[in-house]
Ligand binder design. Sequence first.
Ligand SMILES: [Zn+2]
Length: 451
Amino acid sequence: MSWLIITQPTFLLSCPCLRRGKLVPAEAGSKKGGKLLLRIILGAMLLILLATQPGCKPRQLVRPTPQMDIEPQFWIKVLLLDNVTDCTLETTSPFSVTGIEPDPQTSTTQARFNSLEEPAKIDISAGRITIAGRSFTGDELIVYPDDPHIFSLNGDDYRGKLEFRINPDDRSFDVINLVPLEPYLAGVVGAEMPDYWEPEALKAQAIAARTYCLYIKNRFGNKRHWDVAKTQANQVYLGVKAESAQVWNAVNDTYGQVLVCKHPDGTEDIFPTYYSSICAGHTENSEHVFGDSFEPLVGVDCPYCKDVAKLGLFFWPMAQFDKTIVTTRLLQRYPKLKQLGEITNIVEAEKSDYGKFSRLTKVRLIGSDGKSDFLRAEDLRLTIDPTGQILKSTICRIFEWDNKWAFLSGRGWGHGVGMCQCGAQGLARQGKTTEQILSYYYPGSKIVRVY
Ligand SMILES: [Zn+2]
């Protein structure tokens, strides 16, 4: 596939305006050295100044966006922003603005714009969206940049098209990236795994991400106006900045490949190929974490992530949270818990015991009113710490410590279901193939190609 040069065609080192500044090493202790030092300082200042000039941006090598003509079921709607009142847009190519396009044949272009080399504001006023000073009718607008089909939203580059959708309150809007599956995956694989990892691990990641995305789209996409979130709530998507040659190789080498397994009705179909960062020794049964049951998701032994994961992540330090914050977050997310009053105790109710450690799967919450209720441990974790960065897993012990809840003896990162990403890298280092890695973490599954 050929590479395409976009944005400014000047590379920093070949920028003509830089050739004027020639740097010479300083001679210490001499007058001449002092002058030279001054020159170096001035030269450095000049470099900084030039680097910040728009005409001297380093050029970016960007691949054309593939699959722009693919069938609608392989386009992914990624929620980029929700309930916002403004944002900025840049494009290096001209673009069209149209109404929502159920049928491209009947969709009419409302406006054509030239490229927006500087960020243009998009906001909402009296229920109408304004793009670069032009106001549009309609609750849904599509921005469709010409080739190479790349735009920048709030400074981040994405591929495909952009949808603006006014919310029922007429005061805010959601922003959705409409992107074909393969370029979507390039923005996921490079965000979910370091691109210097083994090619076989990156390919396993690409197949797992492709399958997961299609499963979530099929299951939830027709109930809402987007398919997946751009965060770890689904899978992390960073758009063009996550891409690299290694990432694109992983996506292209597995083009159209997904994992399937036998479903209870006897058919072979895709399943939710969950994956997480560090399982810490054993992956978890999906039924205990997400409540769904599939043969490949029962959990397997994993001695492979320990040698790959950083020690400070494999074993994480004590996490602690104020009791009042824990109660507030729980009652906000689960209004049914309001009947408990203040949460006065959190008791381990169920866990998966793996010998050296156990993963907490269910807790009993006891309230100041004497009532109690149950919650999945993973739901407790992500309610207390929605980022998942501090309370990294449910492999931990819960203690009451004055006015705080403390989480001790923590290990692993993520929910632990499906492929262990560090484990996949460990297996790839041992020379295992993509197929071997996937059949290890999703036993009973097989790879098929859907397009
Ligand atoms: Zn593991």
